[in-house]
Design a protein around this ligand. Sequence first.
Ligand code: 3SL
Length: 245
Amino acid sequence: MKLFVYHTPELTPTDQTPECAIAVDVLRATSTMATVLASGGEAVQVFSDLDQLLEVSEKWPAKHRLRAGERGGAKVAGFDLGNSPLDCTPELVQGRRLFISTTNGTRALKRVQDAPIVLTAALINRAAVVQFLLDQQPESVWIVGSGWEGSFSLEDTVCAGAIAHSILQHTQLSPAALAGNDEVISAIALYSQWQNNLLGLLHQASHGQRLLRLECHEDLKYCSQTDILDVLPIQQEPGVLKSQS
Ligand code: 3SL
């Protein structure tokens, strides 16, 4: 297995596709997706465009759908939810499909949706993702951070590092043997430095600070936890993720 880390969707090569692509948006899209599926949501369907989301979800029975829209960290007017994982309780999401569009996270997923295997990862479901990689041994794996409007995000790269670090712990591989690019080594270094204070790192992150200004402190706390959900969001058809059982 060769692992590649890309800090943003824009940095991924346009002339190649990996066997397995993993989209990461710790704050907060992929944390929300993992939470919805762990809470019994039927599926998560992602859209870059809000109008398209409304059009497609309109064809779905109202009692079986939830519409989540986020722009600039805030809930889009008229949608059921914004992008807080804490709103996705089993009572609310059980048996329903979440139609979601967020500023960066859904864009990252769209960028890699043609890969044969597409997963989403966050710190909260890191162990499930690592277990899948260890079991399936895909030849090439891209971890793609969502970043923020084209630039690097600490929280996505630390999650990439958490995944790589855990793979190294479970295998005999050396960092150099696992790494397909230098970003993997730097992501491992970032995680190694902050692994005991991930909440502290999210407080340093520019998007973490944006969310704190929006009074989302509890979201940061929740998203900074590792391995609390045993759920693997895996793409079933382009843009539709379900939990692999
Ligand atoms: O950019 C995104 O996709 C979001 O996850 C942003 S936010 O955390 O909902 O503000």
